[in-house]
Design a protein around this ligand. Sequence first.
Ligand SMILES: *[C@@H]1O[C@H](CO)[C@@H](O)[C@H](O)[C@H]1NC(C)=O
Ligand SMILES: *[C@@H]1O[C@H](CO)[C@@H](O)[C@H](O)[C@H]1NC(C)=O
Ligand SMILES: *[C@@H]1O[C@H](CO)[C@@H](O)[C@H](O)[C@H]1NC(C)=O
Ligand SMILES: *[C@@H]1O[C@H](CO)[C@@H](O)[C@H](O)[C@H]1NC(C)=O
Length: 528
Amino acid sequence: MLKSIILFSFLVGCALALGPAVLATKGAVWPKPQAEEKTQDYYTILPHGFNFKVPDNVGCPNFLNDALTRYWTIIATAGSKVSQNSWTRFQADGNFLGTLQTLNIDLEAGCESEDIYPKEGDSENYTLVVDAQGATLSASTIWGVLRGLETFSQLIYVEQDSLIINGTTITDGPRFTYRGLLIDTSRHFEPLTIIFAMLDAMAYNKFNVFHWHIVDDHSFPYKSRTYPELSDEGAYHPFSKIYEQSDVARVIEYARLRGIRVIPEFDTPGHTSSWGASHPELLTACYSNNEPNGNFGPMDPTKNSTYDFVTQLFTEIVDVFPDNYFHIGGDEVDFTCWQNNPDVGTFMGENNIATYKELESFYIQHVVDILDNLESQYLVWEEVFVNGVVLPNSTVVHVWKNNGLTTLRSVVQAGKRAVYSSCWYLSDLQSGGDWNGFYKCEPVALIDDEAELDLVVGGEACMWGEYVNEFSIVPRVWPRASAVAERLWSDREVTDVNDAARRLEEHTCRMNKRGIAAQPPNGPGFCP
Ligand SMILES: *[C@@H]1O[C@H](CO)[C@@H](O)[C@H](O)[C@H]1NC(C)=O
Ligand SMILES: *[C@@H]1O[C@H](CO)[C@@H](O)[C@H](O)[C@H]1NC(C)=O
Ligand SMILES: *[C@@H]1O[C@H](CO)[C@@H](O)[C@H](O)[C@H]1NC(C)=O
Ligand SMILES: *[C@@H]1O[C@H](CO)[C@@H](O)[C@H](O)[C@H]1NC(C)=O
């Protein structure tokens, strides 16, 4: 009886829950700044009566102008102008500071040149003050200005048809320098318009690394200038489902202007079926009953020609992608064809290689040497570390499997740097908005030592492409990846899920308003 009463009142409770499940905040920032104080004082903003003021002789006027134009448009389209009624009401209010016409930008050092690229370890810190004297954004780098502009745009909210910004003092900077999102364009091809939308959304969430998992088993959409046959034969379609060199350049430029690094991944020796469409000799022939059975496994680590090919291709990749880092993969190598192929067995015998893990290490060691010769640094999936490949300390080990917290700890205890993804696989779906699980995940829960903490450079949300295409990837990722963005940017103590839910409700509507097809995070609700 008691049970049914409880059940009954629960149902009534639901039926009476009129209105949105979670009440959105107004003018709250996502991800939450490190230090923020707000006052009851406020300005109105007239959408078309607002401008930015930059110092004379700023180092990179074009770069800055591009950002200011974007944010001017966001602000100008954020709301309508103040009505006569509300103006009268504001003027009678002691907290009203007037109309804010200018955001002063104080870019301390400017930037060396217009074609500066964001790189590992660059400062993204900024301070933003809105008070009775006006509004000023200060930063020492262009990247800090970009992050501060995003914050400024988020502080503005609509109240009774007017744009409002409260008195605010923010001192901000990221907790982790590497805050990435992986997009897989091999399982499903994603057109440039979608990649641009994803980069926009990344900027709205202060992500700074686009990990471009560009090729894999299923297709090879990258059009190489050295080996164009790789995409001619290995893409889903040789010209409608590929990235031309000019497309890649546009993606890198679009990202750069938003302070986002583009790190390509060319995963080997596994995940390379698509390479074999034009170059079957790269792959290990699989055998049954001592005969080749027509199938192919991972790359063939026994042939010098394999390494010559990889050297040529990677020389091109290092030239095409300006970032210092290159993700060389190394995950999930299936040893079956190595085990069956008699030539591989002979090679192992001749070279004193006892196990397939050692053979994998032998292969990766060659790739690592190739990258060292090219003076490129690299990320590797965790298997490479776990299997004992000799890696320089500059290597970043990308932890992704179960038990990631323990693996992460062993990586940093070995003096290697690490990026964490184990709990941020966006391909894993649960019912509800399901961002809470991503939000609650604390990457360094098992690490106390300061020096070891410093080796955790950040984390990455991974959107594997099996079940998303151009029609579903944007709502699948946003706002779920926003939870990861806040975990990686904000202070470790920022863990209040209820507060986050209210801010995320607002932030999702904000993304929608800016044209990002983000899905609702919290159940029933609406965007004003
Ligand atoms: C912003 O100012 C308004 C108007 O005075 C006030 O109602 C609101 O509480 C302020 N917001 C914060 C977060 O202090
Ligand atoms: C930048 O901000 C981060 C996070 O608040 C802080 O740890 C770091 O010390 C700041 N760096 C500088 C140079 O102020
Ligand atoms: C492959 O390269 C190694 C190292 O340069 C060399 O010792 C070996 O003879 C080469 N093998 C073949 C089959 O050319
Ligand atoms: C790499 O890190 C380990 C562990 O912290 C340390 O012992 C070693 O000296 C470092 N190697 C270099 C070349 O700095």
